[in-house]
Ligand binder design. Structure first.
Ligand code: G1P
Length: 289
């Protein structure tokens, strides 16, 4: 039996060093694309894929992320009093039913694999999604929904993949590929951040995963991988062969909001999708290019 996908883990413990000084006192996942923080894009995408329970893996200085999904009683009461219905409605995306979001502190920055391992009690025996909020994806069908559909069809692990220039393989988890129908590709091996000459392909994992709970057992070995960190990619690689494992070439455009230029590009792309702003943005852009 294929268990339904209802849980998501969102690792948000990173220091955000690439965005200093902005992230000195502000969680990088609270940086907005237009008017919505990165974390909320991830949560809304997950909800659209049927996720009902969320676990944030946080660290020191990240309490704003937890606050963001709580009720802001004074703010909401004031908006109601002043008939600010539009402003009130804008808060809907970050309202959570009590008990559907929790947070765990990673305490020590030992890598993405370690962050996921910190959610082991939340995951239990269930399949779960991982969304890395730095990756924001503009698509017709939410990216995680595409992955969830592939998971329900295959019953195994599914990761979102995209072809990158060979020179960039050192930034990603890279697939060794088997059978490939152009959309769904069988994963026969995984390497974290290989040098271009050593990369088994140029198909890279981006920040969306649907994994079986067995990965936690592999993470519990605390093996260090690339960069001396406990790598999720290495633990996933250990499931190849025993469980179905696929990469999904998702439909959509991914913006790397962990990178300054990618973040700026996301602002423009999302603003151009907004009927209330697109016209103005287009006309000022013409003055710059
Ligand atoms: C992490 C993963 C890597 C993946 C990437 C996607 O790397 O370790 O396998 O390709 O996310 O964004 P990081 O970006 O945290 O270095």
């Amino acid at each position: 039996m294929i268990k339904p996908l209802r849980k998501a883990v969102l690792p948000v413990a990173g220091l955000g060093t690439r965005f200093l000084p902005a992230t000195k006192a502000l969680a990088k996942e609270m940086l907005p694309v237009v008017d919505k923080p990165l974390i909320q894009y991830a949560v809304e995408e997950a909800r659209a894929a049927g996720i009902e329970q969320f676990c944030l893996i946080t660290g020191r200085g990240k309490t704003a992320l937890v606050e963001h999904f709580d009720i802001a009683f004074e703010l909401e009461a004031t908006l109601r009093e002043r008939d600010k219905t539009e402003a009130l409605a804008s808060l809907e995306g970050c309202s959570m039913q009590p008990g559907t979001i929790m947070s765990v502190r990673q305490q020590v920055p030992l890598g993405l694999g370690h962050a996921i391992w910190c959610a082991r009690a939340f995951i239990g025996d269930d399949p779960f999604a991982i969304l890395l909020p730095d990756d924001v994806i503009l698509s017709e069908t939410p990216c995680l929904k595409q992955l969830a559909d592939a998971y329900h069809a295959t019953g195994g692990n599914v990761v979102a993949v995209v072809d990158v220039p060979r020179a960039h393989t050192g930034r990603y988890g890279i697939l060794k590929t088997g059978a490939d129908d152009g959309k769904l590709v069988e994963v026969t091996g995984l390497v974290e951040k290989p040098k271009p000459e050593a990369a088994p392909s140029t198909l890279s994992i981006i920040g969306r995963y649907v994994l079986l709970p067995e990965v936690i057992g592999h993470l519990s070995r605390f093996e260090r991988g690339a960069g001396g960190e406990i790598q999720l990619t290495d633990a996933m690689a250990r499931m190849i062969g025993s469980k179905p494992f696929h990469g999904l070439r998702y439909e959509g455009r991914r913006f790397d909001c962990g990178d300054k230029v990618g973040f700026l590009e996301a602002q423009i792309a999302f603003a151009l999708k907004r009927p209330d702003m697109a016209g103005q943005v287009k006309s000022f852009l013409k003055q710059y290019v």
